[in-house]
Structures are given as structure tokens and as C-alpha cells.
Ligand binder design. Structure first.
Ligand code: ADP
Length: 157
């Protein structure tokens, strides 16, 4: 691997992966040679949407983008980045609440693995209001999710 090869991970819970996440991945990958969309799989935290199903949908979504791959990891994000040989973490920022939270994790990650840089992209305005939590609520009431999700889940679960 060349010394200037830029590998990043885009970690998240992605329960589910939204149009906001897809926008960050598509814009983010332009800055890197390789981007891993990394699904945090903490067995203590129960998910709403099955991880395998969402990972498969995300794989299909980025089939046209060879620099993007989809993986799952357990434990610390910084350890996963290190194990993958990735020096960058990509995250999205919607608002000041995200900032407060992201600031703390970014500091902690650099403490754990000093080579790591966290790169933030500001959310595109049309996706600012989208969150996985809101999607889960809307899904529970059987409403159409097309405006929020870049793939179709009907018939899959
Ligand atoms: P986590 O549980 O690790 O915060 P999420 O799946 O909720 O994971 O989010 C992963 C990343 O995507 C975070 O950096 C979050 O701020 C960002 N994100 C979430 N929703 C959006 C959105 N609508 N637009 C852009 N970025 C977003």
C-alpha cells in the first residue's frame, strides 16, 4: 500500500442506514482511496432492523462504487480502524447536538490511536431532519419510508 494511500472508515449503528448516511458516504469517498462503511455490532445493544438485511441493502446501494465496502465490527472503533490500517474516521454533523457528541468521541479515538484523524462532513440541508430514530418510529406505523431511506425494505421483513 502506497504511503499516501488514504483509507477511511465510516462507523455507525446504521439502524437503519438512511439517505443522510448515504450522502455522507458518497461525498466522503471522494476524499479517500477506500472507505469502509462499518456497522458497529455491539451484542449488548439490541437492534430494530436485522444487521444482515441492512448490510445487504447498503452493499447493493454502492455496487457502482468500488472504493466502498461494507463490514461489521465489535468493540472499539479506534481498534477496528487500526486493525484495518485506516487512519481516518468519517462522520456526519447535523447540528450542535451532534457536534458535542462527536467532539468527545473524536478526542477519545485520537487518544486511543494518535494517528487517527476524524473528518466531518456537514449534512446536506435536505437530510438534516433525517435520523434512524425517526425512521424506526415511522416504520412502526407502517408509513412510506422512501423519503428517508435510499432502498426499499417492503417485502424483506
Ligand atoms: P452512532 O450510533 O454511532 O451515532 P448513527 O448510525 O446514528 O451512529 O450515525 C452515524 C453517523 O452518521 C454519525 O456521524 C451521525 O452524526 C451521522 N448521521 C446521522 N444521521 C445523519 C444525517 N441525516 N445526515 C448526515 N449524517 C448523519
Amino acid at each position: 500500500m502506497a504511503a499516501d494511500y488514504k483509507k477511511a472508515i465510516f462507523p455507525g449503528t446504521f439502524d437503519p442506514f438512511t439517505r443522510g448516511h448515504a450522502d455522507i458516504a458518497r461525498r466522503g469517498v471522494r476524499m479517500f482511496d477506500e472507505l469502509i462503511i462499518a456497522f458497529g455490532n455491539n451484542s449488548k445493544k439490541t437492534r430494530f432492523f436485522p444487521i444482515e438485511l441492512i448490510m445487504q441493502k447498503v452493499n447493493e446501494l454502492f455496487v457502482d462504487e468500488p472504493k466502498i465496502s461494507v463490514k461489521t465490527f465489535q468493540g472499539l472503533t479506534a481498534e477496528f480502524a487500526k486493525a484495518e490500517g485506516a487512519n481516518y474516521i468519517l462522520r456526519g454533523l447535523r447540528n450542535t447536538t451532534d457536534f458535542e457528541y462527536e467532539n468527545t468521541i473524536a478526542q477519545a479515538n485520537t487518544q486511543l490511536y494518535p494517528k487517527l484523524e476524524t473528518v466531518f462532513l456537514i449534512t446536506s440541508p435536505q437530510y438534516v431532519f433525517i435520523s434512524s430514530t425517526i425512521i424506526r418510529d415511522i416504520y412502526r406505523y407502517g408509513k412510506d419510508l422512501r423519503d428517508y431511506m435510499p432502498y426499499d425494505l417492503s417485502g424483506d421483513s
